[in-house]
Design a protein around this ligand. Sequence first.
Ligand SMILES: C[S@@+](CC[C@H](N)C(=O)[O-])C[C@H]1O[C@@H](n2cnc3c(N)ncnc32)[C@H](O)[C@@H]1O
Length: 316
Amino acid sequence: MSAHNPVLLNEMIDWLAPKDNGVYVDGTFGAGGYSRAILNAADCRVFAIDRDPSTKVFAEKLEAEFPGRFVWLLGNFSDMCSLLELHGVEAVDGIVLDLGVSSMQLDQAERGFSFKNDGPLDMRMAGDGSNAADVINNASEEELADIFHYYGEEKAARKIAAAVVKARSEAPIMRTKQLADIIRGVLGGQHGKTDPATRSFQGLRIYVNREFESLETGLKAAEDLLAPGGRLVVVSFHSLEDRIVKRFTHSRCGKIGESSRHTPQQLMASHTSMGGEAPRFFLPKPEKRTAHDAELDMNPRARSAVMRMMMASEKV
Ligand SMILES: C[S@@+](CC[C@H](N)C(=O)[O-])C[C@H]1O[C@@H](n2cnc3c(N)ncnc32)[C@H](O)[C@@H]1O
């Protein structure tokens, strides 16, 4: 997740195994740590996508360093097929997604993601559409509770939503600190290492950026774009994201019925795209990887990172 210290970098390269003349997609370019590692690993081409225009400065460095081998595309990775089609690319050898926000986005107070540093309540990665202040000041109490509950897994979602609605009736909530203080007022001061505002801020960010919709569409697009033998790597940072990725990889690799304890086997089978055919993808063993102790010591953000992989069959 850290822009300058990308998480699970060695594990990503190990599984992606870039090859000379290969074509790769980095769907979450950020500061370009993953793209750079792929370009260094083989004489290949990388198409890098990011929805945040501010990542362009990092792209310019890579364009200069790897002439003719690197292309940066502004957009959502859910549109990767059409973005690459514009460059005449219809199939690729590997795709990486390092989900969520970058440490640069988190650390810049004016982007409005942080409850630690006060800033405008924005949270938009792409800088367009409704921002977090629009949602906080206009959504109904029930909608707010759902956002905190479903996307933030916040147990006190209803109480926090009620406190937000009460506070905004007195004055609009426009700053991250205002919102964080309202949440802290409901949940009490900091307990342990986690700030009480963490889960609600996560929920709001996911909602504002439609992150789960992008992920579901992006995974399907990746499936369409991978050439035979192509490899997919997805790094996620919380259990909700990882659950979406796990369900997807399991369903595409024919490992159905284990993804959800609550979903009947038949329903899971009907959710797969395989229609009784042999699966077109394989899961490696192990099917997921997490950070080693050495990385955890250097980068605490790696604690919650989970990398999942799958590979397209060599036969079409
Ligand atoms: C965790 S950072 C990636 C860090 C990157 N691997 C590196 O080495 O610097 C995530 C990046 O993905 C971008 N992003 C998140 N969701 C996206 C989406 N749906 N489409 C395109 N970019 C997205 C964010 O703007 C952010 O720059």
